[in-house]
Design a protein around this ligand. Structure first.
Ligand code: CO
Ligand code: CO
Ligand code: CO
Length: 315
């Protein structure tokens, strides 16, 4: 364990980013995220990579201010123009977020990778961590699920235009507005949904907060046709791994369709925020999210007392 009186959030609760206090008024948030291309278009890939990297700062309730690019690039086999288009997409997204790119580093690599390290600021007393979920809270998810499954369908050339465009739009959408609404309204805990899937990231919050959770599977927003693709077995390996890993923390009620379960465990790229908020505030925050363009935000579950340490998946 790393001991430092100014370290507000470290590695202990699988939070989205590290938080370090500089003064009584200001703490810095630091995070890094990068991955191999998930779409063919390098400009869109750059946008998604930036939205995804910024998301961890938004999930902590912070304001991202600067970013640095991290790239692995096959210099000998891939045209440099590709890298320039990736950077352009990334820069446009950073501009939208009012974040300044201050530098970066690239290395020769067999496989293309791109991402960013992002630094944000926050008041040391106003950090949204995983350990604050309270019994009786409602759980709000701000983006639909299924990017992993739809990408798998895309690679198999089975995905429809509608499913592809929906997921691309969602993955490149910043969690900025959702985070700002959450900060304004107040919430008890927050994380973003990425590679570990909805249930995986919810289980991190559930364990850190020492509570139980119930997820109403029929209330979870999904992308078009995602259940059909799951039914066809177009599920990425990472999503099966998530299901295995989460097994000790999950109680699945009977008669939940298998494809729907696959989506709940599906590894996401640049997914939405999962916000734990008091029942009293939940309707207001949801309305405000909808009014500010976060149209798919939905109440998908609750924080419960028993069974402690479990996520119940119900219909
Ligand atoms: Co995160
Ligand atoms: Co991350
Ligand atoms: Co968080």
């Amino acid at each position: 364990m790393i001991e430092d009186p100014n370290l507000i959030v470290g590695l202990e609760n699988a939070d989205d980013a590290g938080v370090y206090k500089i003064t009584e008024e200001i703490a810095i948030i630091q995070t890094v995220d990068f991955f191999t291309p998930i779409v063919d278009d390098p400009y869109i890939y750059g946008q998604i990579a930036a939205a995804n990297a910024l998301s961890d700062v938004y999930a902590m309730g912070g304001k991202p201010i600067t970013a640095m690019s991290v790239a692995g690039f096959p210099i000998k086999t891939v045209d440099m123009e590709i890298l320039q288009d990736i950077l352009k997409g990334s820069l446009d997204k950073l501009r939208e977020a009012e974040v300044v790119l201050v530098g970066g580093h690239s290395v020769d690599d067999n496989e293309l990778k791109y991402g960013l390290s992002v630094t944000g600021i926050i008041h040391p007393d106003k950090v949204f961590t995983n350990d604050g979920a309270k019994i009786g809270d409602k759980l709000i998810l701000t983006k639909p699920l299924g990017t992993g499954i739809i990408n798998t369908a895309l690679k198999a050339e089975m995905a429809s235009e509608k499913a592809i465009s929906e997921t691309i739009k969602s993955m490149s959408t910043l969690n900025k507005t959702a985070s700002e609404v959450m900060i304004e309204m107040g919430a008890n805990a927050c994380t973003d949904i990425t590679g570990f899937g909805l249930v995986g990231h919810a289980s991190e919050m559930m364990l850190a907060s020492q509570v139980g959770m119930i997820i109403y599977s029929n209330s979870v927003p999904l992308f078009t046709e995602v259940k059909e693709y799951a039914q066809m077995g177009l599920v990425p390996a990472g999503s099966y791994a998530n299901k295995d890993y989460c097994k000790p923390y999950v109680e699945i009620k009977p008669k939940i369709p298998a494809p729907l379960l696959d989506v709940l465990f599906d590894a996401q790229t640049s997914g939405g925020l999962l916000i734990s908020v008091s029942a009293e505030k939940s309707k207001q925050i949801l309305l405000k999210l909808h009014n500010h363009g976060v149209k798919e935000a939905s109440i998908i579950g609750e924080v419960i007392k028993e069974p402690k340490g479990k996520i119940v998946i119900s219909s």
